[in-house]
Structure formats: structure tokens, C-alpha cells
Design a protein around this ligand. Structure first.
Ligand code: MN
Length: 497
């Protein structure tokens, strides 16, 4: 049986606190999901902001393989807005929802059960009059009395819903309960069933698998499990669990893209995955204990459940140096799954040469770090770093920063408590904006004393927060680039993010 993936990284994931993405970054993620052959991409919640509306519209116009879904509450204005945003998609979906649990009815909706049923019937018909495919979700379904939930489902199906979505909104359910609930629904109603499981008790993947075993046709998921609170069922976990343990189910996912997709998303939202993260963490396929190493050398299957190649994990072998030519570079990036235009090849080959000058050995992980920020839809770079000079002595530092903007150069010198503080102050002064630093971190991308450093900043301007990244063998340079990256995102976005 075919099981469909409905990815919500760009909707449930992006709406979680601190994970706001620039519209161009959302488009990059959507294209990545399409290249992974995700069946459906939930691109956003158009009624929530103008920026989200425009972003869903842009994704709808660019995605051809996957369906594109827009979320809407059960109101005519939300549905109109969702339809306007997805109507140009090749396969548009409106995803409408209403809460069904007693606590949501009483405190949030302030509606009776009958009013909820009327709203379902009306809004399913309304949405279906516009969009050929309607997915209707029951929020907090797992805390809803079964009798009322079944009534609500039957109402939606009768009114024309093409798929129903059983949401475990607060991560309350257990695998056994999920399985029983899906079996009950299947025995009463003939409709495609999707599940939306949250991970508050660490059960999202287990509940999703239980639902699939019981006959669910589709599951909501997100890359690295990004989502509200403890997140959603993670795409990589559910996909690899199905591939590894459930040969009876078919998925169209290209698993070799999983690793690069998780890198892309974690890089965009500015989080470093814990080493023990399932499937894609840096330790997921590392073996240190002697007895394990011995086993793996004899036969990988002794301690490895999955093959790292199936997930697209680059092996950290010694590969290129400063004498490597363009041919070797192209062959390697091709092998790693990247395809570049001639212009990009010239640009990244130059970057590679610069790196090889600073770092004797360039590994696949270094190349990954360079290319992960490759955006097909470059965010307008209003300011670029031309030069910097930093002096630091104990707790005092001065930074002289030169930025170019168009064909003009601007120089500013500021002092601060430390070199990074001084540099960031100089950039604020140069741009004339009071950017506020919310978070700043540095970590090494690869091993060794000449490792690449990656800086991440979360920067705010008037309630908008954006993540900026910078990579260099010099951590100060990485920090300045990261800050400018966030500055450029904040000032290039016209919408009310
Ligand atoms: Mn959710």
C-alpha cells in the first residue's frame, strides 16, 4: 500500500517560536522537498500574514511534482485567502481545520457541538467549491469523545472532504490508542485518513507508525521534527522506519536527500542538531567502542541498522587539496548530490580554492558547509563585507568595518567590550539601524585546528527575527558575515513577518 507524505516544515515548523524563515529560504526548502518527492508540501498559513500569503503563492507557482497545501481556519475569509495563495499550484490543497475536544470548544471556540458540526458542513462545502482537493483536520481529535469525533468526521466526509486529518495536537495519544482510533474510524467511514502527531511525550513517530499499521493513508511530518513545542513526527524517522521495518508499505521519498535536507533546515533556522539525533545526528553512524568498531569492520550490519549511503550521509574521507582542479571538484560535488550552474561552479570553485589555501585538507564536510548555504534564490545582499580590522586587548576592543552597498563603500570604527561586540556595533552604526542581537553562537564544522568555524546569529528589528549564518576559517570573519547575513534578510523583506 502506498503511504503519502504531507510535509509541514514550512507551516507547523515555521510557526514555532524562533524559527521564522525568509520567503526565499522557504522556497529553497520547498524545492528540496520536491526533489525528495514529498507528496504534499504545506507551504504556510496565508491568512496569518501578508508575508506568509506571498510566500505560499511563490511556492505554489514554482512546485510542479508535489501538491502544495495552504492552511485555513474554518472561516470563509481564511479559505478565500488560502485559495488565492494556492490556486496557481499544479496540485493545490486547502487544509482546513476545526477543534473538536471539549476543552477547545469551551475555552477557545466558545461553540457547542452542534455549532461545530454546522461549521464543518458549511466550510467543507465552501472550500470544495473553490479547491479540487480538501483536507479537513480535527484539532485535538485525540482528546475528543469518540462519538462526537465520528459525527464530526462523517459530517466532513458527507460535505465532500477528500481526506480527513486526525490531529494529536498536544501529543497526548499512545500508540495503542492511536491504532484503535484509526481502526474505529476505518470501520465507520470510507475516506482517506491522515494523522498529525506531536512529540510532547516523544511518541510522535511511534503514534504515526501505529496509525499507518492500522490503515492510515498519509502522515504529516517535518524535517528534523521541526514544529510547535516539542515538534512534529520527524520525516527522517518515519520514512526510515517504514523503509527499514515495513516492506509492505510504499513511499515515493528519495531517502538519499534526507541528510542534506536536514542540514538545509537546521542551517536556515540556526540550530545545531545534537550528535545523538536519530538518523541524521553526527553520531548516528559513528562507532568508538573497540568491540563495536571490530564488529563494524567485519560486517557493518553488526552495529548499523541502516546504510548511511541510503540517507545521503557524506563519508568524511580525505579528498581535495589546493592542487585539486575544477574537474575533481565537480566530480566530488556531483557525487555528493549537488548540481550547479556554470556561474555557481565558478563561484564555489573560487570559494573552494580560498578554503584550500587556508586549510590543507578539504573534506566532504567542508564542501557541504560551503554549499549548504547555496541558495537558488539569493536574498538581496544590500550590504557586503569589504574589509575589517579588529584590535583586542583584555576587555576592550575596536573594530573598523568596511561595507559596500551598491557601488559605495562605508567605513566605521567602534569600540566595545570585545571584538565581536565592537564589530556588531560598527555594523549597526553603518546601516543606521538598531538591530538587537538575540542569540549568537559559534561552532566548528569540521575537526582539526584549521577547522571551518560557523557563526549563527539571531537578530531582531522591529519584532522581526531572522537567523544569519557565516562560515570562515576565521571565527571573527564568520561572525561578521553571519551578522550581515541576518541584516540583509531583515531589510530585504517587505512583508509583515
Ligand atoms: Mn500541529
Amino acid at each position: 500500500m502506498k503511504i503519502k507524505i504531507f510535509d509541514t516544515t514550512l507551516r507547523d515548523g515555521e510557526q514555532a517560536p524562533g524559527f521564522t524563515m525568509h520567503p526565499k529560504e522557504k522556497l529553497d526548502i520547498a524545492l528540496k522537498l520536491e526533489s525528495m518527492k514529498a507528496d504534499a508540501i504545506e507551504a504556510g498559513f496565508p491568512a496569518s500574514s501578508k508575508a506568509d500569503f506571498l510566500s505560499v503563492k511563490e511556492i505554489s507557482e514554482n512546485i510542479k511534482y508535489s501538491s502544495v497545501a495552504a492552511l485555513a481556519r474554518s472561516t470563509t475569509s481564511d479559505i478565500d485567502c488560502a485559495w488565492e495563495a494556492v490556486k496557481d499550484a499544479k496540485f493545490p490543497i486547502i487544509h482546513t481545520f476545526i477543534a473538536t475536544s471539549p476543552i477547545h470548544l469551551k475555552y477557545k471556540l466558545k461553540m457547542t457541538e452542534d455549532e461545530v458540526l454546522d461549521s464543518i458542513a458549511f466550510h467543507v462545502k465552501y472550500a470544495k467549491s473553490k479547491c479540487p482537493f480538501l483536507k479537513y483536520a480535527f484539532e485535538d481529535a485525540t482528546r475528543t469523545p469518540k462519538e462526537f469525533l465520528l459525527k464530526a468526521i462523517k459530517t466532513a466526509v458527507k460535505a465532500g472532504a477528500d481526506c480527513i486529518n486526525i490531529a494529536d495536537t498536544v501529543g497526548y495519544s499512545t500508540p495503542k490508542e492511536t491504532s484503535e482510533l484509526i481502526s474505529l474510524i476505518k470501520s465507520e467511514v470510507d475516506v482517506k485518513i491522515s494523522v498529525h502527531c506531536h512529540n510532547d511525550l516523544g511518541l510522535a513517530t511511534a503514534n504515526t507508525l501505529a496509525a499507518i499499521e492500522a490503515g492510515a493513508n498519509e502522515f504529516d511530518c517535518s524535517i528534523i521534527g521541526l514544529g510547535e513545542r516539542a515538534g512534529n513526527a520527524s520525516l527522517e524517522e518515519v520514512v526510515m522506519a517504514i523503509k527499514t521495518r515495513y516492506p509492505q508499505f510504499e513511499l515515493s521519498t528519495e531517502t538519499k536527500q534526507i541528510y542534506s535536507a536536514s542540514k538545509l533546515v537546521s542551517s536556515i533556522v540556526g540550530i545545531k542538531l545534537p550528535p545523538f539525533k536519530t538518523i541524521v545526528g553526527s553520531n548516528a553512524f559513528a562507532h568508538e567502542a573497540g568491540i563495536h568498531q571490530h564488529g563494524v569492520l567485519e560486517n557493518r550490519a553488526t552495529y548499523e541498522l541502516m546504510n548511511p549511503d541510503d540517507i545521503g550521509i557524506p563519508q568524511n574521507k580525505l579528498l581535495l587539496g589546493k592542487h585539486s582542479g575544477k574537474h575533481a571538484f565537480l566530480e566530488l560535488i556531483g557525487e555528493m548530490g549537488y548540481s550547479l550552474t556554470d556561474e555557481e561552479t565558478a563561484f564555489y570553485f573560487e570559494k573552494f580554492k580560498e578554503l584550500a589555501e587556508r586549510k590543507k585538507i578539504v573534506t566532504r564536510r567542508d564542501i557541504d558547509a560551503l554549499l549548504i548555504n547555496l541558495s537558488r534564490h539569493a536574498i538581496k545582499r544590500t550590504y557586503t563585507l569589504t574589509d575589517y580590522e579588529i584590535m583586542s586587548y583584555k576587555n576592550q576592543a575596536t573594530a573598523e568595518i568596511t561595507l559596500s552597498s551598491g557601488d559605495k563603500q562605508h567605513v566605521e570604527k567602534m569600540s566595545g567590550d570585545g571584538p565581536v561586540d565592537a564589530a556588531f556595533k560598527a555594523i549597526n552604526s553603518l546601516t543606521g539601524q538598531n538591530f538587537v542581537l538575540h542569540d549568537y553562537s559559534i561552532h566548528s564544522v569540521t575537526e582539526g585546528k584549521d577547522a571551518l568555524g560557523e557563526a549563527t546569529v539571531k537578530l531582531a528589528l522591529n519584532d522581526k527575527i531572522m537567523t544569519g549564518k557565516g562560515i570562515s576559517t576565521d571565527v571573527l570573519e564568520a561572525s561578521i558575515i553571519a551578522y550581515l547575513n541576518a541584516v540583509n534578510k531583515l531589510i530585504s523583506d517587505g512583508g509583515d513577518l
